[in-house]
Design a protein around this ligand. Sequence first.
Ligand code: PLP
Length: 437
Amino acid sequence: MTAVLEQARTALARVSGCDLRVPLVQGGTRAYANFDYAASAPALERVTDRIAELLPYYASVHRGAGYASRISTDCYEAARGSVSRFLNSADDQVVVFTRNTTDALNLLAACVPGDTVVLDIEHHANLLPWTRRGRRVVPAADTVEETIRRVVAELCAKPAALLAVTGASNVTGEVLPLDRLAAVAHQCGARLLVDAAQLAPHRRIDLCATGIDYLAFSGHKLYAPFGAGVLVGRRDWLDAAPPYLAGGGAVTEVGVDEVGWAPAPQRHEAGSPNVLGVAALAAACDALAALDERAVLEHERALTERLRAGLKAVAGVRFLRIWPDSPDSVGIVAFTVDGFEPGRVAAYLSAEHAIGVRDGRFCAHPLLARLGVDGALRASIGLGTGAAEVDRLVEAIAALVERGPAWNYARTAGQWNPVPETRPGLGGVAGAAPCSF
Ligand code: PLP
């Protein structure tokens, strides 16, 4: 088991910050245990190496004749191929570079020629953009099967252009059967968009095999935190829609009174692009595609199971789940601890144990309301996570329940913080400027 767990943490999958030590509120330092991959994952060292290699050649894209410009342009355009191979996209699917998933979904929302059907479990990024046209929200049922029946009923009752679903819930990690949803959408004359912000870092996605029409994800959750995201999808809607931004690069010809707009992807990429972000994203796609899929999956499953089993044994820990019959779940565990506010627990884990988790409502307010909680903790696992960190998290929660925190905590400026804050760089130490790194 240990061998399998460690196999995925080879040079191919090493992440930056894995040797990071951070200060503790009671003094001294400890190795940082990062359980916040679902928010933003650390960079793969392969990605940072690639950026370091490219930086000397960083120059204007598409418009320069100089050698560095040509290299930058080639890297930018070649990145579409990396994304396309990573997702096994179809010939009529184009790769449009965006800032992140939110940007990609807003772009598609401006292109959809009709209503969009969504579930009420979505991240706000896959809930709010569709209101611009017709958005119809289907409340998820208590099982995946019943939820799919409700989606079919909605799609049959009134035509919709798009069904937009999450690939993996950012709260519970639960995964929907995407091939079935694609089939259902197509039978009803709709297309399927998958918000893969959480799925892409954890599972191989095959657009051709599943029949997914559109897919969005963010580089910063895919071990490439340099500000680029992606929308991949069928060309016709993207070519027919008005350009996402009006400006240079999106045009074929401009007169004073008339404009010839370029087809996608250039149509939706006006302005100077984020060359390094896109190159980083491509490097992450290439690196993830080269990993041993089975080993990565086993590593994640073993650690997630270990975390669930450990927390389950702690009195007062309750897990958040949407469905009992979800076919799969990525390495995300959301939970509450009876008698302790999530924000206070997160502050305690950080200050006393050097453990980073996320707390709150995870930009999924309707889902949290459905689950009957107004906040929770979320521990998310990635390629740099090891069994020792999982055990540390479980032991820290058990110690909290048994003995309570060893420090004082208070809500200041809308967030729980240790009082006094003694860790350098966090603004609480006399004379230390905030963000002094
Ligand atoms: N969709 C899901 C499922 C997410 O988890 C997130 C971010 O947490 C987003 C969309 C938005 O991603 P971004 O902030 O990179 O645009």
